[in-house]
Design a protein around this ligand. Structure first.
Ligand code: SAM
Length: 240
């Protein structure tokens, strides 16, 4: 997969050299390129923004500069992703769908955002998704780009060492949050690991994990429980 990120703060994306994403890049599993939007400016001040038409506070990113950058980076297979608090929610389902694509281009806004004509213009050429990573406002799209790259990259084949670890995660196919996890020592700060996890009895461990996942999801995210497909629940689930 190729991912291009366009930003005015390239250094914000340096964490993508680290950990699993950094390794995936080195191994050639992910071709990730970070670009400075100002490289497409032509004035002495490398200007990327201007005052908003209609007045009001703040500055808006100019469509002409974005146009030069995106004309160069978007090929026919590309999917343009524009982070914005007014976009559709970015979820694990979004990450799964994007992990099957060839080429993502992320346009990181700053100030009051990018001139609305940019998304409108490129919709006639490529797929464009304006997405939000949550109901709050950040200073810029870079953190949202980090979220997307990490959530998508870890789903690419070979990036996570043991693909089994992706199976029972929160927000997976079961639609539940993950059960609590424990490691050594078996007793710490007066707290003991649940006996069943030390029993070596795989079926009982699986049942306990399922029950805990359901209980935790009911308590913390009743909206996810309400969205569960009842046909996927077994008798024991329904009694939980
Ligand atoms: N004026 C905009 C509004 O009220 O919707 C907020 C602009 S915000 C200060 C600047 C940039 O941060 C946005 O263009 C976007 O790239 C990014 N951003 C902020 N919050 C975000 C969120 N929740 N999800 C995705 N991107 C976000």
């Amino acid at each position: 997969m190729r991912i291009d990120v366009v930003t005015i703060f390239r250094d914000y994306l340096t964490p993508l050299d680290l950990s699993l994403v950094g390794k995936a890049r080195k191994a050639g599993l992910l071709d990730l390129r970070v670009h400075d939007l100002r490289d497409w400016t032509s004035d002495r001040h490398r200007t990327v923004d201007d005052t908003p038409f209609g007045g009001g506070a703040g500055m808006v990113m100019r469509p002409d500069v974005w146009g030069l950058a995106l004309d160069e980076l978007l090929d026919d297979d590309a999917h343009l992703l524009v982070p914005t608090p007014s976009g559709e929610p970015f979820t694990q389902r979004t990450a799964e769908a994007l992990a099957g694509e060839q080429h993502l281009v992320l346009a990181c806004g700053r100030y009051e955002g990018i001139d609305a004509r940019v998304a409108e213009h490129y919709r006639s050429r490529v797929r464009v998704t304006e997405y939000s990573i949550g109901d709050y406002v950040l200073n810029g799209g870079e953190v949202a780009a980090l979220v997307v790259v990490e959530a998508v990259a870890r789903l690419l084949p070979g990036v996570v060492g043991n693909p089994e670890s992706l199976v029972e995660e929160s927000h997976g196919a079961a639609g539940l949050l993950e059960y609590p996890v424990y490691t050594k020592p078996p007793e710490w700060a007066g707290l003991e690991v649940p006996d069943v996890l030390l029993s070596g009895h795989h079926a009982r461990v699986a049942r306990w994990r399922r029950d805990e996942a359901l209980a935790r999801t009911s308590q913390r995210r009743p909206d996810l429980v309400a969205a569960l497909d009842v046909a996927e629940l077994d008798k024991h689930d329904l009694a939980t």
